[in-house]
Design a protein around this ligand. Sequence first.
Ligand SMILES: CC(C)(COP(=O)(O)OP(=O)(O)OC[C@H]1O[C@@H](n2cnc3c(N)ncnc32)[C@H](O)[C@@H]1OP(=O)(O)O)[C@@H](O)C(=O)NCCC(=O)NCCS
Length: 207
Amino acid sequence: MSLLRLQDLKQYSDTLRTRQGEALNVRFIEPRDTDELQHYFRSLSTRSRYNRFFGAISELPKGLLHDFLQVGERERFTVVATMMVDGFETIVAEARYAPHEESATLEFGLSVGDRWQRRGIATALLRNLECRAAALGAEHMFGDTLRANETMISLARKSGFAFVNHPDDWKLVRFDKEIRLAPKDIPCASWRLAALSRQADSPSASA
Ligand SMILES: CC(C)(COP(=O)(O)OP(=O)(O)OC[C@H]1O[C@@H](n2cnc3c(N)ncnc32)[C@H](O)[C@@H]1OP(=O)(O)O)[C@@H](O)C(=O)NCCC(=O)NCCS
């Protein structure tokens, strides 16, 4: 899988749209987001947090908060989707993903703040993750969810994922999608940058 240039993370930011056309900025998390990220998770409903972490937590435990903030460490990446609310950049959704090079897959989990749900944000974010996955060379992307999480199951179904049993946990279901993005609709900066770096690595024979 192609490597990201971790020293310049801002270049991998994308602007998406909610169903109503509001702009969403999707970018890698930064150290300045620490308090805002914790505030985001504390503000989620108990149910949303349970569905996101498969257990009851009221906020991100210290170790996990640290992990969320380390972009690229152990090949794990956190992106946040932000919107301007009353003049402040506010986190309205987050996703964490991990490319697995040996299986050419990308594993992910995500959440959308309760106040912002049902506006097409997760749908747009999934599409963006699909493009990021393709840029990293993944051929499939997958996530796990509780069997009882009908919302995520419905979202995954609408987004073209198929369902399989989780290999080790009967309470979970795995949703998986083959990545087939057409270059004609390149929807993320990661793809453009990966294409440029491939070009630089192998200049044409006539050059
Ligand atoms: C699952 C989740 C990410 C969906 O986010 P969202 O931004 O509201 O999703 P969208 O607006 O893109 O909705 C897409 C589809 O998902 C389904 N959906 C979303 N919210 C739903 C709800 N409350 N009830 C039933 N279906 C729902 C619908 O099929 C919807 O399509 P529709 O609006 O055309 O009917 C969000 O509910 C969430 O963060 N839940 C808590 C965390 C979680 O469950 N994470 C998944 C585990 S990794």
